[in-house]
Write a protein that binds this ligand. Sequence first.
Ligand SMILES: Nc1nc2c(ncn2[C@@H]2O[C@H](COP(=O)(O)OP(=O)(O)O)[C@@H](O)[C@H]2O)c(=O)[nH]1
Ligand SMILES: [Mg+2]
Length: 307
Amino acid sequence: MTVRQQLPGRASKRLVRPDDHLGDGRPHVPAPRRPEPAAAGPAEPGRSATPRVSVVVPARNEARNLELVLPALAAQPSVSEVVVVDGGSVDGTLDTAARVMPGATLVTQTRRGKGNALACGFAAVTGDVIVMFDADGSADPGEIPAFVAALVAGADVAKGSRFARGGGSDDITALRRYGNAGLNAVANGLFGTAYSDLCYGYNAFWTDVVPTLDLPPTATPDRGGPIAWGDGFEIETILTCRVAAAGLRVTEVASVERARMHGETNLRTFADGARVLRTLAAERRRAHGLGAGCRGTEGGRKILRDG
Ligand SMILES: Nc1nc2c(ncn2[C@@H]2O[C@H](COP(=O)(O)OP(=O)(O)O)[C@@H](O)[C@H]2O)c(=O)[nH]1
Ligand SMILES: [Mg+2]
């Protein structure tokens, strides 16, 4: 993994918790074995009420989109650091990133796939909070404060959702919408959770959560052949399942996914959908093997939103 350049630290602004963040019916997926924070503020000791925010941007052939996306991120006062992770781009993605955002941290991923790109990015961040942010223009930087506010209010993970009240998508096809809904239902059945959007790439979490995610080691080289397990688009599912299995506190944040600006999606609907289904089965077995069981349930009862 190659890491180049460092954005000079920029003081992050105190984020005001929005009035409508909790208690307005916005989906909240409670973790059963973690007490509610006694008052507003991070649930874990040592977590800052004014965290430094690192944005991790996986990018494969996204030069044209980064021309617009990186300046938009730079304009966000809540963002302290941007880490762009390239993988096998042939369009000068990293050079473009260096040009339009000279202070960005540039990382070359160690293997192939979005999952490996994110793992390499997570390893490179220096901030307190990590925001996963696609490079294709589909994510709105203006939503970052809502994600951070959810974390500062006590969540371990702020999970973006296109299907929460106030969310939406200009980018999802009908096929992918139904596929996602089906996979989402399977995940909730297996983990006893109440997620509304399993496969969405816009999420945020405290950096101290990274070890719990137990992602594939980034140092192992690419051995060729199919993309290694955990390195592909199943990454969002893996993160969601591991967060549930670990009993972390998750707050869903309504998010509007915009249309990709330039280029084509790297996702193959059927192949990657099947991979997500296999991932759910594997993660359920993993959770069982770890003794976590179905941490989304308590006493055999499914823990649902706000319940
Ligand atoms: N570094 C890297 N980024 C990737 C890879 N695959 C996808 N991405 C990035 O991940 C983000 C989401 O991918 P995209 O193709 O838009 O998938 P979709 O949003 O599910 O349609 C985009 O910023 C892509 O450039 C990869 O193999 N390596
Ligand atoms: Mg996309």
